[in-house]
Structures are given as C-alpha cells and as structure tokens.
Design a binder for this molecule. Structure first.
Ligand code: ATP
Length: 193
C-alpha cells in the first residue's frame, strides 16, 4: 500500500495542484493521494472556512479514483503540524516509511528546516519534492535534499490560489484554472468577491 499526503490551504484548489498530484501518483505508482486541507495553518492565515475549502476539494477529485480528501487536520484542535499528520496516517493505515510519501513543492521544502521536527518527519515517511521556483532546490540544506525524492521533470504550472482569488476580485475569468465544478461552487457561494 503506497499512500501520498498532499497538504495545503487549497483556498481554492486549482489545476496546478491536481496536475502535480496526478504526475506524482503516476511516477511513484501510489494507490492513493490524500489531499489534506489545513484548518489552522501555522504559517498562513486562510480567508475561507475549512469546510468550504474541503467542499471544493471534494468536487475537484470526485472523478479520480486515486484521489481522496481527508479532514484529518480540520478535526484536530488548534494548529496542525505535518509531523503529527504523518504520524496519524502512518498509524491509521499501518504503513512503513517506504509506503508513506509526503508531497511538497520546492517552495515549501526550501524552508523545511524550520518546520516542527523535520528530522522526525523524514524518519517517518519519504519526502517527494517537485520544482516550483528556480533555485529553491539548491537553496535547501543538503541534509534534507539527500533524503528526498526530487521529481525534477514534473510539469511546472505558474498557477496559484492567490492569483485565482485576485482574478475573481478583478472580474477576470478563472475558467481552465480550476475544474468546472469548483468554478461553479465558487460562483454559487460568491467566494473571493
Ligand atoms: P497561495 O497562493 O494561497 O499561497 P497555493 O496555490 O500556493 O496557495 P497551497 O494550498 O498553499 O496553494 O499549496 C499547497 C501545496 O500545493 C504546496 O505544496 C504548494 O507547493 C503546491 N502548489 C501550489 N501551487 C502549485 C502549482 N501551480 N503547481 C504545483 N504545486 C503547487
């Protein structure tokens, strides 16, 4: 059983997230990738209630048998730390280190040394990094790079949730940036206006 964990704010989930998750799933032959929306991100304040971000993720992955959405961090009281999420999944699915994959963009991995218990995270699972901005990977401490799987040829998509929220405020189209069902949900809930 090979499982991937893909955490984020997902405010909203966009096609960049989905394309990279599918690429990682195929490259590593994962049985499942769990998208884990964070409730109270340690480094980032989200504008949108976790319940709505969760709903959008559900709509986005509905037709993909490899993708699932987890409310793991939404249910934990207070701030969620990756080290606890990894331990929780490892226990729940009875996984070895070789069976659990933490999927991280290079823009986040560059800061990995400052996460809570980074060494413990690396001991508990395999870390999969895909490139975002140029130079991130090289700037990451060698001790962490050596332990990670770097998917250098992964597709790079310059889409961000920040940009999507800005587009909506500016009245610009978000068609093709998010799945149609997510676009409909954003419109019906009048999000990011
Ligand atoms: P924001 O713009 O609000 O900071 P974001 O689009 O970067 O959001 P997050 O929810 O913060 O999305 O990111 C969750 C994970 O998805 C992170 O590991 C991040 O590196 C990754 N990610 C974000 N955008 C993309 C993209 N365009 N392609 C691939 N991965 C992405």
């Amino acid at each position: 059983m090979k499982i991937g964990l893909y955490g984020g704010t997902f405010d909203p989930v966009h096609c960049g997230h989905l394309i990279i998750a599918q690429y990682v799933r195929d490259e590593l032959s994962l049985e499942k990738i769990f998208f884990i929306p964070t409730a109270n991100p340690p480094h980032k304040q989200s504008e949108t209630p976790a319940r709505l971000r969760f709903e959008m993720l559900k709509l986005a992955v509905a037709d993909n048998p490899y993708f699932e959405v987890s409310d793991f961090e939404m249910n934990s009281a207070g701030v969620s730390y990756t080290v606890d999420t990894v331990a929780g999944f490892k226990k729940k699915f009875n996984l070895t280190r070789e069976e659990l994959f933490l999927i991280i963009g290079s823009d986040n991995f560059v800061d990995f040394a400052n996460w809570r218990e980074p060494k413990k995270i690396a001991q508990q699972c395999q870390i999969v990094v895909f490139p975002r901005a140029a130079g991130d990977w090289e700037a990451t401490p060698a001790q962490f790079r050596e332990q990670a799987i770097y998917l250098q040829s992964a597709p790079r998509l310059e889409i961000s949730s920040t940009q999507i929220r800005a587009f909506i405020k500016q009245g610009k189209a978000i068609r093709y940036l998010v799945p149609p069902a997510v676009k409909r949900f954003i419109e019906s809930q009048k999000l990011y206006c």
